[in-house]
Design a protein around this ligand. Structure first.
Ligand code: HEC
Length: 129
């Protein structure tokens, strides 16, 4: 009888541990599943947040971007990024660069950008209509 109880107890503990593990895993999957991130879920490092974007430099860099990102509409699934809040653009570009957000095209585009360039582009696009 004592033996049986002991077994029951250890089974309960095991079940509890599994439940706990499952909960932790679910949080990890939901929280870090790449590609499903929202810009408000990413903590930007201070070295980006402290930069002032140079709009003119941004304009210079933006000619590449504009071959895809046109002002009017969302042709071919390419989102319009004109006039979007700077912090949102910085966060998205940072997330592509760091491969937190999945998209091969944009990971390649953002992959070559420095912090200064990201902030400059964000400042420039924010000012567009
Ligand atoms: C070859 C085409 C192409 C070029 C060039 C390009 N993009 Fe993109 N961009 C895309 C596509 C496609 C998406 C949508 C990706 C996705 O679904 O995550 C996107 C998404 C974005 C987003 C996220 C928008 C959102 O609401 O999720 C930002 C910001 C962005 N691009 C900025 C830029 C900047 C800045 C440049 C220039 C350095 C650039 N892109 C160059 C095709 C391009």
């Amino acid at each position: 009888m004592l033996k049986y109880n002991h077994k029951l107890l250890s089974e309960r503990v095991t079940v509890r541990m599994l439940k706990h593990l499952f909960a932790v895993q679910t949080v990890i999957l939901l929280g870090f599943f790449p590609g499903s991130v929202h810009s408000d879920e990413i903590d930007l490092p201070a070295e980006i947040l402290n930069l002032d974007g140079d709009r003119e430099y941004g304009e210079y860099l933006a000619s590449d971007c504009k071959t895809c990102h046109e002002a009017d509409g969302t042709g071919d699934g390419i989102p319009n990024i004109h006039g979007r809040p700077r912090i949102q653009l910085i966060t998205l570009l940072y997330a592509y660069r760091e491969k937190i957000k999945l998209n091969e095209v944009m990971q390649m585009q953002a992959g070559r950008l420095s912090n200064e360039e990201i902030v400059a582009l964000a400042a420039y696009f924010e000012g567009l209509n």
